[in-house]
Design a protein around this ligand. Structure first.
Ligand code: FAS
Ligand code: PHB
Length: 391
């Protein structure tokens, strides 16, 4: 097969890129290793920044988001002695929308179906070739094991944490910055109305906890657990008891209501940034280029920001032979990547507890500072909700 842009990965980055390219008449083909149903069923991110909402709305993908997304003007930071509401709206004039990544994926998938987007699902052995040339191509095996090949002018690596694109940038050219954290998140989806009106991030000496949500009847909650945690060790009762304890149920008018847990998973936490995000005719976007701990709610938002920068760059390159945006893509994208990476690291470091009493005092001091300082709250709000699409 031949196309203008071959996209590896049909997650949010890949599907949004194909959507934006198609809007400007640029043809693409997507190669995806999992089934359409599997990709659509993944439970992941939950919070969209204003800039992400703006990109999706401008792309004609905002109808359901507007109708079903829950506008959230801020977050609670809580700890045993106190709590503070960080009012993004008051501090930055921007808010966030709680709208699950699975919903974003559904909207992108429906749009892809409507435009007749060519997506090859359940591929394997995907390999990237000749990205240093003007005629790169990607080979793969289709669902029946038959060999396939897509020739293109550009390869877009949107294949997430474990795809082949990241390593298609030669070792001599790439730099990987990585930090592995000593804890993971145990995430649950529960068929119960949220017990809070805004996302709650809770510091506790026993470990971090978070109460988020997906709708008026579905809650999304997380617990800090050690790396290597076995889900079999965590009964539903133990999960609810631990959430209740760490979130401070019964304190300051907050009461956690439990309910049936419909999904459980353990997500190890790390920060990774690979530079550059372009090599030859290969462009990386989303988790293929960077991984963040979800404490800053940045993963999906950064993928959207990358694509919002990459799509016009590829249109200029392929339609006008104008290389300016393509040549600046990596440097520009990385400015926001590093800002988000720092913020996600800071939120993770401030809220996750271990055995170091000195670190615990520093964390509590930061929380008290946020409770007492308008400037401190403004700094957090700017990073959580106020970043413009490109900084
Ligand atoms: P994705 O990983 O979503 O998509 C990449 C796609 O490429 C996948 O469909 C994959 O199947 C496909 N692929 C991989 N290898 C391939 C190959 N060899 N050939 C073809 N296709 C291939 N972010 C938050 O902000 N909040 C959260 O709570 C949160 N929770 C998360 C939980 C988990 C378990 C994970 C893994 C991530 C979570 N994230 C969270 C981050 C997540 O939301 C990502 O930022 C987001 O999915 C990024 O989108 P993509 O870059 O499209 O990558
Ligand atoms: C979620 O709703 O899944 C969520 C919210 C905020 C985060 C991470 C995940 O920081």
């Amino acid at each position: 097969m031949r196309t203008e842009v071959v996209i590896i990965g049909a997650g949010p980055a890949g599907l949004l890129l194909s959507h934006l390219l198609a809007a400007d008449g640029v043809d693409s083909i997507l190669l995806e290793s999992r089934s359409r149903a599997h990709v659509g069923a993944r439970i992941r991110a939950g919070v969209l920044e204003q800039s992400s909402v703006d990109v999706l709305t401008a792309a004609g993908l905002g109808d359901r988001l507007k109708a079903e997304g829950g506008e959230h003007r801020g977050i609670y930071l809580t700890w045993p002695d106190d709590e503070v509401f960080i009012d993004f709206e008051e501090l930055t004039g921007r808010s966030t929308v709680v709208y699950g990544q699975a919903e974003v994926q559904k909207d992108l998938d429906a749009a892809a179906q409507r435009r007749g987007q060519q997506i090859v699902y359940e591929v394997s052995d995907t390999r990237v070739h000749d990205v240093d040339s003007d005629s790169p191509y990607v080979t793969y095996l289709d669902a029946d094991g038959a060999p396939g090949r897509v020739e293109a002018a550009v390869v877009a690596g949107c294949d997430g944490s474990f795809g082949p694109s990241r390593s298609a940038v030669p070792e001599a050219v790439r730099t990987r910055f990585e930090r592995v954290y000593p804890h993971s998140w145990l995430g649950v989806l529960a068929q119960v109305a949220p017990s809070t009106d805004h996302v709650r991030y809770a510091w506790h000496s026993d470990g971090f906890a978070m109460h988020s949500m997906r709708s008026s009847s579905v809650s999304r909650l997380y617990l800090q657990v050690p790396n290597g945690t076995d889900l079999a060790d965590w009964s539903d009762d133990r999960i609810w008891e631990t959430l209740s304890h760490r979130l401070g149920s019964g304190r300051r008018g907050f009461h956690l209501t439990s309910g049936p847990i419909t999904e459980k998973s353990v997500l190890p936490m790390r920060s990774l940034v690979q530079t550059p995000m372009r090599h030859g005719q290969l462009f990386l976007a989303g988790d293929a280029a960077h991984i963040l701990p979800p404490t800053g709610a940045k993963g999906l938002n950064l993928a959207i920001a990358d694509v919002a920068l990459l799509a016009p760059a590829l249109v200029s390159l392929l339609r006008k032979d104008d290389h300016v945006l393509a040549e600046s893509y990596s440097d520009l994208a990385l400015r926001r990547v590093w800002r988000a990476t720092h913020f996600a690291w800071w939120m993770t470091d401030m809220l996750h507890t271990g055995s170091d009493p000195f670190a615990a005092q520093l964390q509590l001091s930061q929380l008290r500072w946020l409770a007492s300082s308008h400037a401190a709250r403004t700094g957090l709000a700017e990073n959580f909700a106020g970043l413009s699409l490109h900084i």
